[in-house]
Design a protein around this ligand. Structure first.
Ligand SMILES: [Zn+2]
Length: 332
């Protein structure tokens, strides 16, 4: 068991998957959003990735796309969302260092709202929560695989612009296509990641999250984008080459146990255990994170307990992963 007083770090948590249903419900009503359900309980089911309704990454992402991101699409909504997430992570799991990620362009209703207002509001929510709870936090802007390179370039420019205010890094998120996950635009992405690094922003990429694309995805990302961290990577543990290259590059993995189980990045806990054992043995550094605590009905301490109870991690290994997170944070 983790010592109750141990302060934890969450480096991989999405704004769209981390706000409590009752808060989203209140925000939706405040803004007069027309919902397809009548009761709160139906709404809770709509915005939760229950095992009956979600068994793949596509189904998981659809909840964000259809509901939570839409509800969070105003300055007031994103400010409250960010504020509530940071407070909740601290109260539930003693998380004192948190990197919160979201795509501002998925919060401005396709350009109807001003992007800078959305970003300022998110930073305000973060500032207020840091003051109230005495924690450290930073924002990561998620580029989207399904966006054009032009739109993703705007996101990188905004991340650079707001670095001094608390934006600490960029991410590339969204479903990987089959075979070569970076597609024909690889040159462009290489340039965007280089620009972010040059501006001293942290870099991370979602990959190794679906069994079929995991190995080519991880290899392509390491070769072309060389991020400091990889979001997930767990499904590439079956490839000796991928594991060796992750270890050699020093790339830190952001493992999200409940998310990986729910989306079937790994088949079951035993497979997750084998993957983490492989990483341990190969010297791959990894961190434990929530990804979407409310979507998955979990919190960070519970994620650690899941691994410790299943004897996947010893107490000492769990504590070491917290230290890895502390060393790998983009927050300076
Ligand atoms: Zn994620």
């Amino acid at each position: 068991m983790l010592s109750p007083g141990l302060e934890l770090c969450d480096l991989h948590i999405h704004v769209g998957a981390a706000v409590a249903p009752h808060i989203l419900w209140a925000i939706a009503h405040e803004q007069g959003i027309k919902l397809p359900v009548h009761t709160f309980w139906e709404f809770r089911d709509l915005v939760t990735a229950n095992p009956e309704s979600v068994s793949s990454l596509g189904e998981y992402l659809a909840i964000l796309d259809r509901w939570t991101e839409k509800i969070q699409s105003s300055p007031a909504a994103i400010e409250r969302s960010v504020y509530e997430i940071i407070g909740k992570e601290f109260r539930s799991s003693n998380v004192s260092l948190i990197e919160l990620r979201f795509n501002p362009m998925k919060r401005n209703l396709g350009g109807e709202r001003d992007l800078d207002h959305i970003i300022h509001a998110a930073l305000r929510g973060m500032d207020r929560a840091c003051l109230d709870y005495g924690v450290r936090a930073g924002l990561i802007f998620c580029l989207a695989r399904e966006f054009s390179l032009d739109l993703n370039e705007i996101l990188v420019k905004k991340a650079v612009k707001y670095k001094a205010r608390g934006v600490v890094g960029i991410d590339l998120a969204g479903p990987e296509v089959h075979t070569l996950e970076l597609g024909a635009e690889v040159e462009g992405y290489r340039d965007l990641f280089a620009r972010a690094r040059h501006a001293s922003l942290g870099t991370t990429v979602h990959t190794g999250e679906t069994p079929y694309t995991a190995v080519p995805g991880v290899l392509a990302v390491l070769k072309e984008l060389a991020p400091a961290r990889i979001g997930h990577g767990v499904a590439a543990a079956t490839s000796e080459e991928a594991v060796r290259k992750i270890a050699e590059s020093g790339t830190v993995l952001e493992i999200c146990p409940s998310s990986n189980l729910r989306t079937h990045a790994v088949a079951n806990l035993a497979e997750l255990g084998r993957a983490l054992r492989t990483f341990e043995n190969a010297g791959v550094r990894y961190t434990i994170n929530t990804d979407g605590p409310y979507l998955l009905n979990t919190h960070l301490r519970q994620e650690y307990e899941l691994l410790i109870d299943a004897k996947i991690l010893s107490d000492a290994e769990a504590e070491r992963s917290v230290e890895v997170a502390r060393g790998a944070t983009f927050i300076r």
